[in-house]
Design a protein. Structure first.
Length: 128
C-alpha cells in the first residue's frame, strides 16, 4: 500500500477564491471547508481530472492543518474511492489534490451561509 506523500497542498486559483468567499459567508475556516468539500467530491460519481485544477494560486495548506487528527480517515476514504474508480495507488497524490479542489468548487455551489453548513451536516447524517 502506497503512502500519501503530500505534505502541503496547493489549490487552484478558483478554489482559493471560493475558500475566501465561503470563509466570509460562513465564518468557517478554509481547512474545515476543504474537509467538507473533500467529502462532497468523494460522493460525486465522476472521477475528478487533476488537469482541471492547476496549482496556480498562492494558497497552500499543510496536510496536518488540512486533515488534522482525521488524516488516516480521509486517506482511507480516498483509497476506497480510488478502488471504486478502478485507479491504482500510484494516482493517490493527484486524486487527493483533485478531490480537494473539486470539493471546494462543489461546496461553493450550495453554501451561501452558516445555515447551509448546518443543512449539509444534517443531510450527511441522514445518508449514513
Amino acid at each position: 500500500m502506497r503512502e500519501l506523500q503530500v505534505k502541503r497542498l496547493r489549490f487552484c486559483r478558483e478554489a482559493d477564491t471560493w475558500l475566501k468567499v465561503l470563509k466570509t459567508r460562513t465564518g468557517v475556516t478554509p481547512n474545515i471547508l476543504s474537509r467538507m468539500g473533500f467529502c462532497l467530491s468523494l460522493e460525486d460519481p465522476g472521477v475528478p481530472q487533476p488537469q482541471n485544477y492547476p496549482e496556480d494560486s498562492q494558497r497552500e495548506i499543510n496536510r496536518y492543518t488540512l486533515l488534522g487528527e482525521y488524516d488516516a480517515l480521509f486517506v482511507s476514504l480516498l483509497r476506497q474511492r480510488l478502488s471504486l474508480d478502478g485507479l491504482d495507488e500510484g494516482r493517490i497524490e493527484e486524486q487527493f489534490r483533485a478531490h480537494m479542489n473539486r470539493g471546494v468548487l462543489l461546496l461553493a455551489k450550495g453554501l451561501k451561509s452558516l445555515q447551509d453548513v448546518a443543512r449539509l451536516s444534517v443531510r450527511a447524517g441522514e445518508s449514513s
